[in-house]
Design a protein. Structure first.
Ligand code: FAD
Ligand code: NAP
Length: 553
């Protein structure tokens, strides 16, 4: 492997050791590690700057749902000591600024090509390298490709009759205009009631003349209890960072350091349970689901938490009919990613907000100036699509990835994604995925999972270089066993009961497979480490041709 690009983009030599696709938190840290190890690398990013999720999702109210002191890189002690998060959950502009700061601080931009999509990657068996074709018409050769394309980066435009003919502006939360949107005096329709809508509805309601929220499925949401962070709070976390990060990586199932549950929901009587839920509700945030250790495993336990939240909705929303409509009743709490809000349910007490229940009919049609649902017309000036993403596989599927004999990754994944450890897919050598399907990924504090994958891949490439190995691939057996294990563990939980994007259920025609690995980030990390320690068990590795000849002569 070369230490610098050979400038041989048209020769048989790889121009880069590694091409990384995407410059979100995953691609940025991957680049940093590769450079530290002396690998030549180029990152392609279709956006005009770093930040990924936080570059694209600029809708009002966008902020993280894992506390910022934890939703941040841990790889640099200086970075985590010097950055001042302003709030418990930083808003999108601040997280984007953080990503930009990281790019500048570690000098990453020089190796990132912006405004450029990777369109195609084809494995050239002859020279054992990938030919990577980009939207600027160029092709580069790289020995390895790392897909840091993001799990929630392919915004899903709904297939609704009449949408192209709508005369007002249409905005998708995942592609929000950089200059912002002013809803003053406008009648606004929002389609969707997932996390993106739940964060933006209260703020849009403050601005719009009238807001119509079209709800197909109500979701469970927990108050964020967001607040400014004090110096004392920041210092307390900074001092304790080694332990906080260790617990998040090694012990917490979801990569979040929090008070761990020591018992199941049914181990407490009704009163004690209510006290515990009240405490968690008052504290706010995702860790509500950590009140007990069996909420995602036992339906009866889950029902107790779900019914507590339904009661809270009824307390907040004054009109009992609207409250009933907002109460989720068709999936266990937490089986879709739980939402975290600031005044979402209270927004429905405003006279300028109308909840439109489209459970029975869906949106029937979009007309040039209205949305028709349940046989009723709702006149609007502007439409907001908070309709989510083709999650986990969507951005990978958009790249034409071809291996031996022209077999594409899309063909291989036609019945659902198949990977070994979420890191590689058999038949596609030297192609890594960060937080891919089959890894804890979206079930976790994603930065913890991103750092773990990047470190594993970087260590693996260094191992290969040190051992004269040039090619690596998951074996069919290892992949088959891992896919079965991922599925088996998912079936032990309440997750598969929901029509969630975890299951691919939000995309018509997408195979219903529970995509992330639910075994927990600590368990998963140990498995990955054991695989590496056993000489990358389950991966077939090939030596350089000259080494092979030397070995046989
Ligand atoms: P991304 O940030 O999605 O970056 C991928 C990049 O790849 C994008 O910039 C994209 O443009 C680029 N790309 C994709 N395909 C190509 C291509 N073919 N060519 C070139 N470039 C390409 N997770 C949490 O843990 N906590 C949170 O609080 C949280 N909040 C979220 C809020 C929102 C609104 C959303 C949508 C997601 C949130 N997530 C959260 C998940 C979030 O996606 C991850 O935390 C993390 O930011 C993902 O980083 P990434 O680098 O893996 O992917
Ligand atoms: P989402 O959770 O997939 O929600 C999409 C919403 O749109 C759902 O309510 C869905 O209804 C609705 N919808 C989709 N197509 C529709 C159609 N044709 N007609 C009517 N309704 C339709 O997407 P998201 O809200 O963007 O969130 C995705 C994920 O991103 C989250 O789960 C989370 O992981 C992450 N995120 C996090 C935060 C945060 O708090 N930090 C904020 C935003 C996003 P159905 O449920 O009926 O399909």
């Amino acid at each position: 492997m070369s230490a610098a690009p050979s400038n041989a983009e048209n020769s048989r030599e790889p121009a880069f050791d590694v091409v990384v696709v995407g410059a979100g938190f995953a691609g940025m840290y991957m680049l940093h590690r590769l450079r530290k190890l002396g690998f030549s690398a180029r990152v392609y990013e279709q956006g005009s700057d770093v930040g990924g999720t936080w570059y694209w999702n600029r809708y009002p109210g966008a902020r993280c749902d894992v506390e910022s002191m934890q939703y941040s890189y841990s790889f640099s002690e200086e970075l985590q000591q010097e950055w001042n998060w302003s709030e418990r959950y930083a808003p999108q502009p601040e997280i984007l600024k953080y990503a930009q700061h990281v790019a500048d601080r570690f000098g990453l931009r020089q190796d990132i090509v912006f405004n450029t999509r990777v369109e195609r990657a084809e494995f050239d068996e002859g020279c054992g390298a990938w030919q990577v074709a980009t939207s600027d018409g160029k092709t580069v050769r790289a020995q390895f490709v790392v897909l840091a394309t993001g799990c929630l980066s392919n915004a899903r435009m709904p297939d609704i009759k009449g949408l192209p003919d709508f005369e007002g502006n249409v905005y998708h939360t995942g592609h929000w205009p950089h200059e912002g949107v002013d809803f003053t005096n406008l009648r606004v329709g929002v389609i969707g009631t997932g996390s993106s809508a739940i964060q933006s509805v209260p703020l849009m309601a403050e601005q719009a003349r009238h807001l119509f929220v079209f709800q197909r499925t109500p979701n469970f949401s927990i108050p964020a209890r967001n607040a400014a962070l004090t110096d004392e709070e920041r210092d307390a976390v900074r001092k304790n960072y080694p332990e906080i990060r260790r617990v998040a990586r090694e012990e917490a199932r979801n990569g979040i350091y929090a008070e761990m549950p020591d018992r199941g929901a049914l181990d407490d009587g009704e009163n004690a349970r209510r006290v515990k839920y009240e405490q968690r509700w008052a504290k706010g945030g995702l860790t509500f689901m950590m009140a007990y250790n069996n909420l995602l495993l036992d339906q009866t336990a889950n029902d107790t938490a779900a019914s507590f939240v339904r009661d809270k909705i009824a307390e907040i929303v004054r009109d009992p009919a609207i409250a009933r409509c907002l109460q989720p009743d068709n999936h266990p709490i937490g089986s879709k990613r739980i939402c975290v809000d600031t005044d979402y349910y209270a927004a429905f007490n405003r006279p300028n907000v109308t909840l439109v229940d489209i459970r029975a009919t869906g949106v029937e049609e979009i007309l040039p100036n209205a949305v028709r649902a349940g046989g009723q017309m709702h006149e609007i000036d502007t439409l907001v699509l908070a309709t989510g993403f083709d999650a986990m596989t969507g951005s990978v599927a958009k790249i034409d990835i071809r291996s031996r004999d022209g077999r594409t990754l899309n063909q291989k994944w036609a019945a659902g994604p198949k990977t070994y450890l979420g890191l590689m897919s058999e038949g596609f050598p030297n192609l890594f995925i960060i937080t891919g399907p089959g890894s804890p990924s979206v079930l976790s504090n994603m930065i913890v999972s991103i750092e773990q994958h990047v470190d594993w891949i970087a260590d693996c490439l260094a191992f290969m270089r040190n051992h004269g190995l040039v090619s690596m691939e998951a074996t069919p057996d290892a992949e088959e066993q891992w896919v079965a294990h991922v599925n088996e563990v998912a079936q032990m939980t309440v997750y598969p009961q929901a029509n969630s994007w975890y299951m691919g259920a939000n995309i018509p025609g997408k195979p219903r497979i529970f995509m992330p690995y639910i075994g927990g980030v600590g368990v998963y990390r140990r498995i990955c480490n054991e695989v590496a320690a056993a000489g990358y068990r389950g991966f077939a590795m090939t030596a350089r041709q000259t080494d092979r000849l030397a070995a046989t002569s």
